[in-house]
Ligand binder design. Sequence first.
Ligand code: ATP
Length: 365
Amino acid sequence: MAQIRIENVRKEFGSFTAVQSSSFTVEDGEFFMLLGPSGCGKTTTLRMMAGLELPTSGEIYIDGEEVGMKRASQRDIAFVFQMFALYPHMNVRRNISYPLLSQGVAKAEVRRRVAEVANILKIENILERPVGGLSGGDRQRVALGRAIVRRPKAFFMDEPLGALDAEFREHMAEELRALHDRMGATTVYVTHDQLEAMQMGDKIVVMNHGVVEQFGRPQEIYDWPATKFVAKFIGSPAMNFLEFDGMIGNGADSIDLSGQKVQVPVSRQGAKGRLTLGVRPEHIHFSDASEFRGRVIATEYLGTTQIVTMSTANGMVKARISSNKGVNPGDLIGLEFDARTLTIFTEERGLALLSEANAGVLRHG
Ligand code: ATP
Protein backbone atom coordinates (compact mmCIF):
# COMPACT_ATOMS: atom_id res chain seq x y z
CA MET A 1 0.00 0.00 0.00
CA ALA A 2 1.19 3.52 -0.59
CA GLN A 3 1.24 7.18 0.29
CA ILE A 4 1.52 9.36 -2.83
CA ARG A 5 2.76 12.95 -2.57
CA ILE A 6 2.64 15.54 -5.35
CA GLU A 7 4.83 18.62 -4.96
CA ASN A 8 4.55 21.63 -7.27
CA VAL A 9 3.80 19.37 -10.22
CA ARG A 10 3.18 21.24 -13.45
CA LYS A 11 2.47 20.08 -17.01
CA GLU A 12 2.78 22.03 -20.22
CA PHE A 13 1.87 20.83 -23.71
CA GLY A 14 3.74 23.30 -25.91
CA SER A 15 2.56 26.76 -24.89
CA PHE A 16 -0.56 25.37 -23.14
CA THR A 17 -0.42 24.70 -19.39
CA ALA A 18 -2.67 21.71 -18.64
CA VAL A 19 -1.76 21.50 -14.93
CA GLN A 20 -0.53 24.51 -12.92
CA SER A 21 1.83 23.96 -10.02
CA SER A 22 -0.12 21.46 -7.87
CA SER A 23 0.58 19.92 -4.47
CA PHE A 24 -1.42 17.40 -2.44
CA THR A 25 -0.95 14.13 -0.59
CA VAL A 26 -2.87 10.88 -0.99
CA GLU A 27 -2.55 9.06 2.32
CA ASP A 28 -2.00 5.32 2.52
CA GLY A 29 -5.30 3.46 2.15
CA GLU A 30 -7.33 6.48 1.10
CA PHE A 31 -10.02 6.54 -1.57
CA PHE A 32 -8.94 9.76 -3.23
CA MET A 33 -10.94 11.66 -5.86
CA LEU A 34 -9.62 13.96 -8.58
CA LEU A 35 -12.74 15.99 -9.43
CA GLY A 36 -13.42 18.76 -11.94
CA PRO A 37 -15.08 19.65 -15.24
CA SER A 38 -13.96 18.27 -18.58
CA GLY A 39 -10.50 19.49 -19.60
CA CYS A 40 -9.45 20.70 -16.13
CA GLY A 41 -6.36 18.46 -16.01
CA LYS A 42 -7.54 15.46 -13.93
CA THR A 43 -6.41 12.77 -16.34
CA THR A 44 -3.09 14.51 -16.98
CA THR A 45 -2.49 14.67 -13.21
CA LEU A 46 -3.33 10.98 -12.81
CA ARG A 47 -1.11 10.02 -15.75
CA MET A 48 1.80 11.93 -14.22
CA MET A 49 1.28 10.15 -10.90
CA ALA A 50 1.26 6.83 -12.74
CA GLY A 51 4.38 7.57 -14.77
CA LEU A 52 2.57 7.65 -18.12
CA GLU A 53 3.31 11.35 -18.59
CA LEU A 54 6.40 13.29 -17.53
CA PRO A 55 5.80 16.44 -15.47
CA THR A 56 7.32 19.62 -16.90
CA SER A 57 8.45 20.38 -13.33
CA GLY A 58 7.80 19.23 -9.77
CA GLU A 59 8.20 16.01 -7.85
CA ILE A 60 6.11 12.91 -7.20
CA TYR A 61 6.85 10.67 -4.20
CA ILE A 62 5.51 7.18 -3.58
CA ASP A 63 6.09 6.09 0.02
CA GLY A 64 8.64 8.87 0.40
CA GLU A 65 10.67 7.84 -2.65
CA GLU A 66 10.95 10.30 -5.54
CA VAL A 67 9.71 8.39 -8.60
CA GLY A 68 10.31 10.99 -11.31
CA MET A 69 12.72 8.75 -13.20
CA LYS A 70 10.69 5.56 -12.72
CA ARG A 71 8.61 4.26 -15.58
CA ALA A 72 4.95 3.30 -15.10
CA SER A 73 5.81 -0.41 -14.95
CA GLN A 74 8.27 0.26 -12.11
CA ARG A 75 5.80 2.21 -9.96
CA ASP A 76 3.72 -0.86 -9.02
CA ILE A 77 0.38 0.74 -9.81
CA ALA A 78 -2.68 -0.84 -11.45
CA PHE A 79 -4.69 1.24 -13.89
CA VAL A 80 -8.42 0.59 -14.38
CA PHE A 81 -9.76 2.36 -17.47
CA GLN A 82 -13.28 3.28 -18.49
CA MET A 83 -13.30 0.76 -21.32
CA PHE A 84 -12.37 -2.53 -19.79
CA ALA A 85 -10.47 -4.48 -22.40
CA LEU A 86 -10.62 -8.18 -21.61
CA TYR A 87 -9.12 -10.95 -23.74
CA PRO A 88 -12.24 -12.26 -25.52
CA HIS A 89 -10.80 -15.67 -26.41
CA MET A 90 -9.89 -16.47 -22.78
CA ASN A 91 -12.22 -17.46 -19.96
CA VAL A 92 -12.54 -15.47 -16.73
CA ARG A 93 -9.86 -17.46 -14.90
CA ARG A 94 -7.30 -16.96 -17.72
CA ASN A 95 -8.11 -13.25 -17.93
CA ILE A 96 -7.45 -12.78 -14.21
CA SER A 97 -4.39 -15.09 -14.18
CA TYR A 98 -2.76 -13.44 -17.16
CA PRO A 99 -0.78 -10.65 -15.36
CA LEU A 100 0.69 -13.22 -12.95
CA LEU A 101 1.48 -15.84 -15.63
CA SER A 102 3.24 -13.20 -17.72
CA GLN A 103 5.36 -12.36 -14.65
CA GLY A 104 6.31 -16.04 -14.32
CA VAL A 105 4.49 -16.63 -11.01
CA ALA A 106 4.26 -20.37 -10.19
CA LYS A 107 1.02 -22.08 -11.26
CA ALA A 108 -0.02 -23.13 -7.74
CA GLU A 109 0.43 -19.57 -6.47
CA VAL A 110 -1.57 -18.25 -9.44
CA ARG A 111 -4.46 -20.61 -8.58
CA ARG A 112 -4.38 -19.50 -4.97
CA ARG A 113 -4.34 -15.77 -5.80
CA VAL A 114 -7.12 -16.10 -8.41
CA ALA A 115 -9.29 -17.95 -5.87
CA GLU A 116 -8.64 -15.20 -3.35
CA VAL A 117 -9.59 -12.46 -5.85
CA ALA A 118 -12.67 -14.38 -7.02
CA ASN A 119 -13.76 -14.58 -3.40
CA ILE A 120 -13.27 -10.84 -2.82
CA LEU A 121 -15.23 -10.00 -5.99
CA LYS A 122 -17.83 -12.75 -5.50
CA ILE A 123 -17.24 -14.21 -8.96
CA GLU A 124 -16.26 -17.79 -8.03
CA ASN A 125 -19.24 -19.13 -10.00
CA ILE A 126 -18.15 -17.63 -13.33
CA LEU A 127 -14.42 -18.44 -13.29
CA GLU A 128 -14.65 -21.03 -16.09
CA ARG A 129 -17.05 -18.98 -18.27
CA PRO A 130 -15.90 -17.24 -21.47
CA VAL A 131 -15.90 -13.45 -21.01
CA GLY A 132 -17.88 -12.91 -24.23
CA GLY A 133 -21.29 -13.74 -22.73
CA LEU A 134 -20.87 -11.90 -19.43
CA SER A 135 -23.03 -8.98 -18.28
CA GLY A 136 -21.49 -5.51 -18.07
CA GLY A 137 -21.19 -5.76 -14.29
CA ASP A 138 -19.43 -9.12 -14.38
CA ARG A 139 -17.03 -7.88 -17.08
CA GLN A 140 -16.23 -4.94 -14.82
CA ARG A 141 -15.57 -7.28 -11.90
CA VAL A 142 -13.27 -9.46 -14.03
CA ALA A 143 -11.32 -6.37 -15.13
CA LEU A 144 -11.01 -5.33 -11.49
CA GLY A 145 -9.89 -8.84 -10.65
CA ARG A 146 -7.12 -8.56 -13.18
CA ALA A 147 -5.97 -5.31 -11.55
CA ILE A 148 -6.24 -6.62 -7.98
CA VAL A 149 -4.51 -9.96 -8.53
CA ARG A 150 -1.10 -8.31 -8.91
CA ARG A 151 -1.47 -6.73 -5.45
CA PRO A 152 -0.17 -3.38 -6.60
CA LYS A 153 0.69 -0.52 -4.23
CA ALA A 154 -2.20 1.57 -5.56
CA PHE A 155 -5.14 1.55 -7.96
CA PHE A 156 -5.67 4.36 -10.44
CA MET A 157 -9.11 4.63 -12.00
CA ASP A 158 -10.06 7.09 -14.74
CA GLU A 159 -13.87 7.49 -14.88
CA PRO A 160 -14.31 3.70 -14.60
CA LEU A 161 -18.10 3.98 -14.35
CA GLY A 162 -18.53 6.64 -17.03
CA ALA A 163 -20.12 4.38 -19.63
CA LEU A 164 -22.73 2.82 -17.32
CA ASP A 165 -26.36 3.80 -16.95
CA ALA A 166 -27.34 5.69 -13.78
CA GLU A 167 -28.78 2.80 -11.77
CA PHE A 168 -25.96 0.37 -12.45
CA ARG A 169 -23.43 3.13 -11.94
CA GLU A 170 -24.66 3.72 -8.41
CA HIS A 171 -24.53 0.02 -7.67
CA MET A 172 -20.98 -0.34 -9.02
CA ALA A 173 -19.88 2.78 -7.11
CA GLU A 174 -21.03 1.16 -3.87
CA GLU A 175 -19.32 -2.08 -4.84
CA LEU A 176 -16.04 -0.34 -5.66
CA ARG A 177 -16.06 1.50 -2.37
CA ALA A 178 -16.83 -1.70 -0.44
CA LEU A 179 -14.05 -3.50 -2.29
CA HIS A 180 -11.64 -0.71 -1.43
CA ASP A 181 -12.59 -0.98 2.25
CA ARG A 182 -12.08 -4.76 2.25
CA MET A 183 -8.64 -4.44 0.67
CA GLY A 184 -7.48 -1.20 2.33
CA ALA A 185 -5.65 -0.26 -0.88
CA THR A 186 -4.80 3.30 -1.88
CA THR A 187 -7.11 4.33 -4.73
CA VAL A 188 -6.92 7.45 -6.87
CA TYR A 189 -10.11 7.98 -8.87
CA VAL A 190 -10.86 10.53 -11.59
CA THR A 191 -14.41 11.81 -12.03
CA HIS A 192 -16.30 14.88 -13.26
CA ASP A 193 -19.35 13.85 -11.19
CA GLN A 194 -19.51 15.71 -7.89
CA LEU A 195 -22.08 13.30 -6.43
CA GLU A 196 -19.84 10.32 -7.17
CA ALA A 197 -16.90 12.15 -5.56
CA MET A 198 -18.90 13.04 -2.45
CA GLN A 199 -20.39 9.56 -2.18
CA MET A 200 -17.18 7.56 -2.58
CA GLY A 201 -14.22 9.72 -1.59
CA ASP A 202 -12.32 10.02 1.68
CA LYS A 203 -10.67 13.11 0.23
CA ILE A 204 -11.30 15.20 -2.87
CA VAL A 205 -9.09 17.46 -4.95
CA VAL A 206 -11.24 19.92 -6.92
CA MET A 207 -9.52 21.14 -10.11
CA ASN A 208 -10.44 23.90 -12.57
CA HIS A 209 -8.41 25.07 -15.59
CA GLY A 210 -5.38 23.13 -14.36
CA VAL A 211 -5.51 24.66 -10.88
CA VAL A 212 -6.14 22.80 -7.62
CA GLU A 213 -8.93 24.92 -6.18
CA GLN A 214 -9.34 22.92 -2.97
CA PHE A 215 -8.23 19.72 -1.33
CA GLY A 216 -10.03 18.17 1.65
CA ARG A 217 -12.68 15.82 3.01
CA PRO A 218 -16.09 15.89 1.26
CA GLN A 219 -17.82 17.60 4.17
CA GLU A 220 -15.08 20.23 4.51
CA ILE A 221 -15.38 21.05 0.82
CA TYR A 222 -19.16 21.22 0.97
CA ASP A 223 -19.33 23.27 4.18
CA TRP A 224 -16.35 25.53 3.51
CA PRO A 225 -15.66 25.94 -0.20
CA ALA A 226 -12.37 27.78 -0.70
CA THR A 227 -13.49 29.49 -3.91
CA LYS A 228 -16.66 30.45 -5.72
CA PHE A 229 -15.89 27.82 -8.32
CA VAL A 230 -15.91 25.02 -5.70
CA ALA A 231 -19.06 26.44 -4.10
CA LYS A 232 -20.83 26.29 -7.47
CA PHE A 233 -19.46 22.92 -8.55
CA ILE A 234 -20.33 21.01 -5.35
CA GLY A 235 -23.93 20.70 -4.23
CA SER A 236 -27.23 20.63 -6.05
CA PRO A 237 -28.77 23.15 -6.25
CA ALA A 238 -25.50 25.06 -6.01
CA MET A 239 -24.63 27.56 -3.30
CA ASN A 240 -26.43 30.89 -3.77
CA PHE A 241 -24.36 34.01 -4.39
CA LEU A 242 -25.70 37.35 -3.16
CA GLU A 243 -23.70 40.40 -4.14
CA PHE A 244 -23.38 43.38 -1.81
CA ASP A 245 -21.18 46.41 -1.18
CA GLY A 246 -19.60 46.43 2.23
CA MET A 247 -16.65 46.13 4.50
CA ILE A 248 -15.59 43.16 6.54
CA GLY A 249 -12.69 42.48 8.92
CA ASN A 250 -11.40 43.78 12.30
CA GLY A 251 -13.79 41.44 14.10
CA ALA A 252 -16.87 42.63 12.21
CA ASP A 253 -19.59 40.00 12.37
CA SER A 254 -22.41 41.46 10.32
CA ILE A 255 -23.12 42.89 6.88
CA ASP A 256 -25.92 44.96 5.43
CA LEU A 257 -28.04 43.21 2.84
CA SER A 258 -30.57 45.63 1.34
CA GLY A 259 -31.21 47.26 4.71
CA GLN A 260 -31.24 44.02 6.72
CA LYS A 261 -28.39 43.36 9.16
CA VAL A 262 -27.14 39.82 8.50
CA GLN A 263 -24.96 37.99 11.00
CA VAL A 264 -21.86 36.37 9.39
CA PRO A 265 -18.88 34.42 10.78
CA VAL A 266 -16.20 36.73 12.25
CA SER A 267 -13.72 37.45 9.48
CA ARG A 268 -9.97 37.15 10.05
CA GLN A 269 -9.26 38.95 6.81
CA GLY A 270 -10.27 42.45 5.83
CA ALA A 271 -12.02 43.23 2.56
CA LYS A 272 -14.19 46.01 1.25
CA GLY A 273 -16.09 46.98 -1.87
CA ARG A 274 -18.09 44.54 -3.95
CA LEU A 275 -18.30 41.21 -2.09
CA THR A 276 -20.37 38.04 -2.43
CA LEU A 277 -22.26 36.26 0.31
CA GLY A 278 -22.47 32.48 -0.25
CA VAL A 279 -25.40 30.58 1.29
CA ARG A 280 -26.47 26.97 0.75
CA PRO A 281 -30.19 26.46 -0.17
CA GLU A 282 -30.83 24.45 3.01
CA HIS A 283 -29.49 27.26 5.23
CA ILE A 284 -32.20 29.74 4.18
CA HIS A 285 -35.29 30.11 6.40
CA PHE A 286 -38.52 32.03 5.99
CA SER A 287 -39.03 34.75 8.58
CA ASP A 288 -41.61 37.53 8.77
CA ALA A 289 -39.13 39.51 10.90
CA SER A 290 -36.56 39.84 8.08
CA GLU A 291 -36.42 42.93 5.86
CA PHE A 292 -34.45 40.97 3.29
CA ARG A 293 -37.17 39.70 0.98
CA GLY A 294 -37.49 37.38 -1.96
CA ARG A 295 -40.27 37.29 -4.56
CA VAL A 296 -41.16 33.68 -5.39
CA ILE A 297 -40.69 32.83 -9.05
CA ALA A 298 -41.08 29.07 -9.04
CA THR A 299 -41.34 26.04 -6.77
CA GLU A 300 -40.07 22.56 -7.48
CA TYR A 301 -41.55 19.66 -5.50
CA LEU A 302 -38.97 17.01 -4.50
CA GLY A 303 -40.91 14.79 -2.09
CA THR A 304 -40.02 15.73 1.50
CA THR A 305 -38.44 19.03 0.41
CA GLN A 306 -39.14 21.65 -2.23
CA ILE A 307 -36.83 24.11 -3.98
CA VAL A 308 -38.19 27.66 -3.96
CA THR A 309 -36.62 30.06 -6.48
CA MET A 310 -36.85 33.72 -5.54
CA SER A 311 -35.61 37.00 -6.88
CA THR A 312 -34.06 39.41 -4.36
CA ALA A 313 -32.43 42.84 -4.59
CA ASN A 314 -29.03 41.09 -4.37
CA GLY A 315 -29.60 38.30 -6.89
CA MET A 316 -31.53 35.09 -7.44
CA VAL A 317 -31.86 32.65 -4.54
CA LYS A 318 -32.87 29.01 -4.28
CA ALA A 319 -34.05 27.79 -0.88
CA ARG A 320 -34.60 24.16 0.11
CA ILE A 321 -37.48 23.99 2.58
CA SER A 322 -40.01 21.45 3.78
CA SER A 323 -42.72 20.48 1.28
CA ASN A 324 -45.30 21.05 4.02
CA LYS A 325 -44.94 24.81 3.64
CA GLY A 326 -47.41 26.29 1.17
CA VAL A 327 -45.57 28.65 -1.20
CA ASN A 328 -46.89 30.22 -4.39
CA PRO A 329 -45.33 32.17 -7.24
CA GLY A 330 -45.66 35.89 -6.53
CA ASP A 331 -45.40 35.55 -2.70
CA LEU A 332 -43.04 38.04 -1.02
CA ILE A 333 -41.08 36.26 1.71
CA GLY A 334 -38.68 37.49 4.43
CA LEU A 335 -35.45 35.45 4.46
CA GLU A 336 -32.99 34.56 7.23
CA PHE A 337 -29.74 32.59 7.12
CA ASP A 338 -27.82 30.31 9.52
CA ALA A 339 -24.99 32.72 10.41
CA ARG A 340 -22.30 30.11 11.10
CA THR A 341 -22.73 28.46 7.69
CA LEU A 342 -22.23 31.59 5.57
CA THR A 343 -19.16 32.27 3.43
CA ILE A 344 -17.99 35.59 2.03
CA PHE A 345 -16.06 35.64 -1.26
CA THR A 346 -13.94 38.40 -2.72
CA GLU A 347 -15.14 39.70 -6.07
CA GLU A 348 -11.81 39.69 -7.83
CA ARG A 349 -10.55 36.10 -7.47
CA GLY A 350 -13.60 34.54 -5.86
CA LEU A 351 -11.61 33.44 -2.81
CA ALA A 352 -13.42 32.66 0.45
CA LEU A 353 -12.43 35.06 3.22
CA LEU A 354 -10.88 33.38 6.22
CA SER A 355 -13.10 33.35 9.29
CA GLU A 356 -12.81 31.79 12.76
CA ALA A 357 -15.22 29.12 11.53
CA ASN A 358 -13.42 27.99 8.36
CA ALA A 359 -9.76 28.82 9.13
CA GLY A 360 -8.86 25.23 10.04
CA VAL A 361 -10.08 23.98 6.68
CA LEU A 362 -9.05 26.65 4.20
CA ARG A 363 -5.40 27.05 5.31
CA HIS A 364 -4.85 30.16 3.23
CA GLY A 365 -4.35 33.88 3.78
P1 ATP B 1 -11.68 14.94 -19.44
O1 ATP B 1 -12.59 14.54 -18.32
O2 ATP B 1 -12.40 15.61 -20.56
O3 ATP B 1 -10.71 13.88 -19.86
P2 ATP B 1 -9.56 16.09 -17.85
O4 ATP B 1 -9.84 16.99 -16.71
O5 ATP B 1 -9.15 14.71 -17.55
O6 ATP B 1 -10.79 16.13 -18.84
P3 ATP B 1 -7.10 16.27 -19.32
O7 ATP B 1 -7.38 15.09 -20.17
O8 ATP B 1 -6.11 16.13 -18.23
O9 ATP B 1 -8.46 16.83 -18.72
O10 ATP B 1 -6.68 17.48 -20.25
C1 ATP B 1 -6.37 18.77 -19.74
C2 ATP B 1 -6.08 19.70 -20.90
O11 ATP B 1 -4.85 19.32 -21.51
C3 ATP B 1 -7.14 19.64 -22.00
O12 ATP B 1 -7.34 20.95 -22.48
C4 ATP B 1 -6.53 18.75 -23.05
O13 ATP B 1 -6.97 19.12 -24.34
C5 ATP B 1 -5.03 19.05 -22.89
N1 ATP B 1 -4.20 17.89 -23.25
C6 ATP B 1 -4.22 16.67 -22.67
N2 ATP B 1 -3.31 15.86 -23.23
C7 ATP B 1 -2.70 16.57 -24.20
C8 ATP B 1 -1.66 16.30 -25.14
N3 ATP B 1 -1.07 15.11 -25.20
N4 ATP B 1 -1.30 17.30 -25.99
C9 ATP B 1 -1.87 18.51 -25.94
N5 ATP B 1 -2.86 18.84 -25.07
C10 ATP B 1 -3.26 17.89 -24.22
